[in-house]
Design a protein around this ligand. Structure first.
Ligand SMILES: Cc1ncc(COP(=O)(O)O)c(C=O)c1O
Length: 389
C-alpha cells in the first residue's frame, strides 16, 4: 500500500470532536472513541499539499470559486457514479444538515409532514422537529439475515399529505447501498403522491467492492426534477472540519428558491481552505480513496470475523458501504442504560447508542471503524472483556 492507514495518530491536540467531546457525552475522556463519523486517518497527501500551498499565500480573504472548482465536482460525479450533471445545478453549502434544514424552511410550512426512515442518522429526526414540522417515520424492515429493506407498504400507507421525504443513500447506520430498483420503487411512490425527495448522499464514496452507488436523481429525468441531492467530499477525504458540501439541483425553480434562501442568510462563499481541498481531492485523490476503501473493507472483515469467533452473542451483518458497523447486542438481555453503562464503565469504549437513531435502534450500537486496525482490535477486545465480565 502506498498510504499508511495503520499509523496511529495522537488527536489530543487536533481539536477533535470525537476525542475531546467524550467527557460531555460519556462522563469521561478516558474511552476509546469509536463514535462521531470522521476518520482517525490523515487526509490524502494531495489535499495536504494543496492546503499547505494555500496557507503559504498568507492571505485568506473572501473567496470566489474558479470554474475549475465546479468542474472538479462535475468530473468526479461522472467518473465515480456515471452521472452527468451540469455545473449550473450546483449550490455551495457549508454542510448537508444545514442544507436540509434550509430546504425544510423554504419548501414546507409549519406542521407540514416530512417522512424519514428510522433507524437513521439522528439529525434527520431533530431537524424536522426543530423546524416545527410533523415527523412521519417509516421504519426500515429488518430481514432474517440481519439486512434491511425499505417497507414500501408502510410508506404508501403513511405518505398522504407528506411534503418531503428525506432519504439516506447510502444508509447510515444500517450500511445499505440502495439498489437502483429499490430507489426506483421509492421514487415512483413519491412522484405518485407529489412528495419531493431530499437525497442525502454524503456517504456515496464509501462503497465496498461488490456494490455501486446510484445517485437517486440519476435514475430518470422525472426523479431529477423531483429531488434535491446533497453530497460532500468531507466523509470521503476526512475533511469535515473544513465544513463544505454541495447541493445538486436540476429543477430550475427549486434551484432559484434554494439559491435565494442561501443568499438571504449570506451563505455563498467557501472558506479559503475548503475551496482548494475540494478541488485537490476530486482531481487528485482517487488513488488514495481506492486504498482507503480496501483498508476500510479489511477493517470490516476483521471486525466481523472477530465478533463471530470471539463474541458470538453479538449479531452483525457486513455493511455494503459506510465505515459504520451496526451491531445487535440484544442477546445480552440488557436495557439501553445497562448496555451503555457496561460499554463505558467496563469496556472503556465510546460507541453510538442505537436508540439515538430512533425506531428500531434499541439494543444496537454503531461502531465507527475508520481508524487503524490496531484500534479496531483494541475496541473489540475491550467489548469482549466487558461482556465476559
Ligand atoms: C447521513 C449523514 N448526513 C449528514 C451528515 C453530516 O453532514 P454535515 O456535517 O455536512 O452536516 C452525516 C454525518 O455523519 C451523515 O452521516
Amino acid at each position: 500500500m502506498k498510504f499508511n492507514f495503520d499509523e496511529v495518530i495522537d488527536r489530543s491536540n487536533n481539536f477533535s470532536a470525537k476525542w475531546l467531546e467524550m467527557d460531555k457525552k460519556y462522563g469521561t475522556n478516558e474511552l476509546l472513541p469509536m463514535w462521531v463519523a470522521d476518520m482517525d486517518f490523515k487526509t490524502a497527501p494531495c489535499i495536504i499539499d494543496a492546503l499547505k500551498s494555500r496557507l503559504e499565500q498568507e492571505i485568506y480573504g473572501y473567496t470566489t470559486r474558479p470554474d475549475s472548482y465546479n468542474e472538479s465536482i462535475v468530473n468526479w460525479i461522472s467518473k465515480r457514479y456515471n452521472w452527468n450533471i451540469k455545473s449550473e445545478w450546483l449550490i455551495y453549502s457549508p454542510g448537508v444538515i444545514p442544507t436540509i434544514s434550509l430546504i425544510i424552511q423554504e419548501m414546507t410550512n409549519k406542521n407540514d409532514k416530512i417522512m424519514i426512515q428510522e433507524p437513521v442518522y439522528s439529525p434527520f429526526n431533530s431537524v424536522v422537529k426543530d423546524n416545527e414540522r410533523e415527523l412521519v417515520i417509516s421504519p426500515l424492515k429488518k430481514l432474517e439475515d440481519g439486512s434491511y429493506v425499505m417497507d414500501y407498504e408502510d410508506i404508501e400507507s403513511k405518505i398522504k399529505d407528506v411534503k418531503l421525504f428525506i432519504l439516506c443513500n447510502p444508509h447510515n447506520p444500517v450500511g445499505r447501498v440502495w439498489t437502483k430498483e429499490e430507489l426506483k420503487k421509492l421514487g415512483d411512490i413519491c412522484i405518485k403522491h407529489n412528495v419531493k425527495v431530499i437525497s442525502d448522499e454524503i456517504h456515496s464514496d464509501i462503497i465496498f467492492k461488490d456494490y455501486n452507488h446510484t445517485p437517486f436523481a440519476s435514475i430518470s429525468e422525472e426523479f431529477a426534477q423531483n429531488s434535491i441531492t446533497c453530497m460532500a467530499p468531507t466523509k470521503t477525504f476526512n475533511i469535515a472540519g473544513l465544513q463544505m458540501s454541495y447541493v445538486i439541483l436540476p429543477n430550475t425553480d427549486d434551484y432559484k428558491a434554494l439559491d435565494f434562501a442561501f443568499a438571504r442568510i449570506d451563505i455563498r462563499r467557501n472558506n479559503a481552505f475548503s475551496l482548494v481541498a475540494t478541488e485537490a481531492a476530486y482531481n487528485h485523490g482517487e488513488d488514495w480513496l481506492e486504498e482507503l476503501l480496501e483498508y476500510l473493507e479489511g477493517n470490516m472483515d476483521f471486525a466481523i470475523n472477530y465478533i463471530k469467533e470471539n463474541i458470538p452473542s453479538l449479531k452483525v451483518k457486513k455493511p455494503e458501504g459506510t465505515y459504520l458497523l451496526w451491531v445487535d447486542f440484544s442477546e445480552l438481555g440488557l436495557n439501553d442504560d445497562e448496555l451503555n453503562r457496561l460499554l463505558v464503565e467496563k469496556g472503556r469504549v465510546a460507541l453510538n447508542n442505537g436508540s439515538s437513531f430512533g425506531v428500531g435502534g434499541h439494543n444496537y450500537q454503531r461502531i465507527n471503524l475508520a481508524c487503524p486496525r490496531s484500534m479496531v482490535k483494541e475496541a473489540l477486545e475491550r467489548i469482549k472483556k466487558a461482556i465476559s465480565k
